[in-house]
Design a protein around this ligand. Structure first.
Ligand code: ADP
Length: 261
């Protein structure tokens, strides 16, 4: 619990700080982009300095994108949860996810064969899936298999006593597994920390998984990571199932999509 509290406080502090800095930085960027564009327009097309101005504007563009992500991170996201079938969310975003990954990655989706109704904001779940899929892709530069699976579990007191501070009950699960490079112990411990990244400068912000963590917490769920260096990684998201939607005992998992891009 202490660990979780520490994480929550850190997220809060960093969120506030990031939001404040991003806001001021945004104003500075507006000036750079504004005057840069003026300069670009006033230089003749064949002016040799034109390429420098283009570079400045490109860099400012990248900075603007980063600031947008920081602002989104600092802001308390207003979530708009409604009872939604997680399987349907995945089906509707499947094509988009497939486009994020490269041809030499096999993409498999296995959906639980009964609806998994949870109180969720589907836009936020989309965001989570995109983050996890992007990370899985980055972990498999030489190809591999990425699989998304949904299921259902009942968690009792004993489980929560040891692992997480959430309510026992019926949960829907989404697992995102890859056969990529995996993580060492230190990375595994820090993956959900804001700004923790092992990617090169410009490639990673270290915000993806802390966003995942925050969104899932807001939905009263939890997320775990299981990873082995050199073998692969499995992220498991657990979200409380809406009461009354759990009487169905079907446990089978049906394959609805396999590498269909
Ligand atoms: P970013 O992707 O910008 O680095 P994240 O918060 O999404 O930020 O991830 C933090 C770090 O966690 C990554 O830099 C990487 O080291 C590790 N990581 C996340 N997902 C995976 C994965 N599927 N396989 C291996 N390492 C991962």
């Amino acid at each position: 619990l202490a660990e979780e509290l520490r994480h929550a406080q850190k997220m809060e502090a960093i969120g506030t700080l990031a939001g404040g800095v991003a806001h001021d930085f945004n104003n500075i960027l507006t000036a750079i982009v504004g005057f840069g564009t003026l300069l670009q327009r006033s230089l003749k097309q064949d002016n040799p300095y034109q390429v420098y101005v283009d570079q400045i504007l490109n860099a400012a563009d990248r900075a603007t994108n980063l600031v947008k992500r920081l602002l989104a991170f600092g802001r308390k996201q207003v979530i708009n949860p409604r009872p939604t079938d997680l399987n349907e969310i995945i089906k509707s975003i499947e094509k988009l996810l497939a486009r994020l990954i490269s041809e030499d990655i096999d993409f498999e989706i296995n959906l639980h064969d009964a609806p998994l109704i949870c109180h969720v904001d589907s836009g936020q779940i989309d965001q989570i899936l995109m983050n996890l899929v992007t990370n899985a892709r980055d972990a498999m530069p030489d190809g591999g298999t990425l699989s998304i699976r949904t299921g259902r579990i009942v968690l009792d007191e004993s489980y929560f006593g040891q692992v997480e501070r959430s309510k026992p009950g019926n949960y829907a699960t989404i697992t995102v597994a890859d056969t990529g490079m995996g993580m060492d112990e230190e990375t595994k411990e820090r993956v959900f920390d804001p700004f923790f990244t092992t990617k090169e400068v410009g490639k990673g912000t270290g915000l993806g998984l802390s966003m995942v963590y925050g969104i899932i917490k807001q939905h009263d769920g939890f997320v775990t990571v299981d990873s082995k260096h050199g073998t692969g990684t499995i992220f498991t998201i657990c979200l409380p199932l809406v009461a009354g939607e759990t009487s169905n005992d079907q446990q089978d998992i049906k394959v609805v999509g396999r590498g269909n891009r």
